[in-house]
Design a protein. Sequence first.
Length: 318
Amino acid sequence: MAEQNAKITIAKQLKSELSNIQYSDTELKGLVSGFVRNGGTFSLGANNSSLLRIKTEIASAARIVYKVFKNAYKLDTHIVYENNNKFSKKIVYTVVASGNVLDIVEDLEIRKDLMECNVEKMLTLPYIRGFIAGCFIGSGSLSDPNKSYYIEISFNDMEVANTVKDRLNSLYLDIDDLEHYNWKTIQRRNHAVLYMKKSEYISNFLSYLGATNIMLQFETIRIERDYYNNENRLIICDSHNYSKAALKGQENIELINKVLKVRSLEYFDPKVQALIKLRLEFPDASYSELSDRLRQMGLSMSKSSINNAFNKLKEIVK
């Protein structure tokens, strides 16, 4: 439950930031298009009359829709708000617009002939940043970077999701990877989900949208998490290497004890004599550490030479 709350919190923070940053007039139209298409439920009046209702729980998103309908399209627009139900404190905002709404929803590529249509104009440069921001405000999710790296936007139609995916993957946004973002789509129940899991590209995407605060928060957590993960991997690796060296050392000592029962230490050349003494003195040392100690004594034996020396000792006791 704690993880779920964390996800909701950072997603809501991002939606709030996206709803409050500065956009151009065309980007605002794009935002309304993406938001209404993906999140704000809308309905026409009786007999397809010129009345449009859009509902949302995001106050700043409702204000943007109101502003675009009233100022850009000159619709008679007002906002009604009410509690979702008597057991909840959530407020639902309904933007009500009247006028030539059928032409407007077609211009915003929300509906054409009352049917959902694919997007073209909203994916061009004047509109796309606002459109993607609106899509995320309407149906996006961002995981808590303390737990995982994942961002997604849900669409009603797979064709639309794939069109948006191809457009995002074609954008050059100051990243060196020739694969660009590598957005993917998947069908989840009745929705087509556009998603990405690469943490560094998620940060780049947040920066592109203009969500600087969430991007910095995400990056700080990501860097700290990656640092501790790398440190833990080094500790685990060191622990594994130590265990491996200790087992090898015990094997060497058992071999040396068997050899010294049939051969005296003086039987061997100075290097092997020094190696045997060092192994008995440092049973947990790796071959690399034994090689370094021999070098300090003026004797040169590589790790492979040490391995060959112990293999020759094995031949003696066979």
